[in-house]
Design a protein around this ligand. Structure first.
Ligand SMILES: O=C(O)CCC(=O)C(=O)O
Ligand SMILES: [Fe+2]
Length: 329
């Protein structure tokens, strides 16, 4: 089978890595940063091992049986469908024929008010304090992982402190909470989410104890991997925006979800993206006469709209179709 699972992605141990501000002078930080950059340039994906970052009780409250995701996704469709947005892929997605996929999005999950507004929409009148508390605390922890990895990438391509600070101010977060129904014994493997690339800077994924996500390794040449995520680990994906910013160095891998077995899968993904009005372009430090910019600058929000037009939805190379300077570059 052409896409048999013979690929594998790196596992990087973040033990001893402090907060995002640790900076380049720390030898441990520099070593992990080099491994992160290698992984993102070679595969666009890796497993970050950060044992102890999220207390087991908090993980269980979010992704465990009876936890926040299960509670949310077991609401009636009429309630979940109130999670809407005028922008594509920023609200409820479900009831897609043949796809065991149901998902909601909390925009700006690092804001307690935004999480409360979301919960008030789902549980009108009563709200859901327990959901808000654990979901917000969880998002904050996952955001620490995102901040560390994003800083490592930016430092690796020579971003100045000012650039990093300005970018932080112009970055938005989305937390996508998803349920994948299990096919049961009857069918061995069922598509849970078709192969796609993310438009974001980064996506940081955690899940209950059911694997399902698969990623194409080696910039598309290394076969598909199906990482077995350990508790305490995070799966990191780079998206189109980081490919443009690094002028093609960081890769934006195809990935998909394939369900097997008889247990429901829950996943939580924190996406970091530029604000919609930000112009996405290669950082100056990565562009010179030998390495001209591979992509034309574009407004992030317009690009996202383009990606979700019906003609583009299944396109495997949306970024190249939208902004490549050279079609095969
Ligand atoms: O839920 C997952 O495991 C992956 C979902 C995904 O790739 C996405 O929502 O972009
Ligand atoms: Fe994705």
């Amino acid at each position: 089978m052409a896409d048999s699972l013979h690929g594998s992605i790196p596992r990087i141990d973040f033990a001893g890595i402090g907060p995002a501000a640790a900076g380049a002078s720390d030898a441990k930080w520099a070593a992990v940063r080099a491994a992160v950059m290698d992984a993102l340039c070679e595969h666009g994906c890796f497993e970050a091992v950060m044992d102890g970052l999220i207390a087991p009780e908090l993980s269980a409250a979010v992704l465990g049986p009876g936890g926040a995701l299960e509670t949310l996704l077991s609401l009636p469709v009429s309630a979940k469908a109130r999670n809407t947005s005028e922008k594509p892929y920023r609200g409820y997605v479900g009831s897609v024929p043949g796809l065991p996929y149901e998902s909601l999005a909390i925009m700006d999950p690092l804001s307690p008010d935004a999480v409360r507004d979301f919960a008030d929409l789902m549980w009108p009148g009563t709200g859901n304090t327990a959901f808000c508390k654990s979901m917000h605390a969880y998002a904050e922890k996952v955001a620490l992982v995102e901040a560390v990895v994003r800083r490592m990438v930016l430092e690796s391509v020579g971003a100045t402190a000012e650039y990093i600070e300005e970018q932080a101010k112009a970055t938005s977060f989305k937390l996508r909470l998803t349920e994948y129904a299990a096919p049961g014994a009857a069918e061995a493997r069922v598509t849970g989410l078709p192969a796609h690339r993310d438009t974001s800077f980064l996506a940081v994924l955690t899940q209950n104890d059911i694997d399902g996500v698969e990623v194409e390794c080696g910039r598309g040449e290394g076969g598909w991997a199906r990482p077995a995520l350990s508790p305490g680990s995070f799966l990191i994906f780079a998206g189109d925006t980081f490919k443009v910013l690094t002028n093609g160095r960081v890769f934006n891998p195809l990935h998909r979800v394939v369900m097997a077995g008889d247990k429901t899968r829950y996943s939580s993904i924190l996406f970091s993206s530029p604000n919609d009005d930000v112009i996405v372009r290669a950082i100056d430090e990565r562009v010179d006469a030998e390495h001209p910019a591979a992509y034309k600058p574009f407004e992030y929000g317009e690009y996202v709209v383009f990606c979700y037009t019906p003609e583009m939805l299944q396109h495997p190379k949306k970024l190249e179709a939208y902004a490549a300077v050279l079609v095969d570059g």
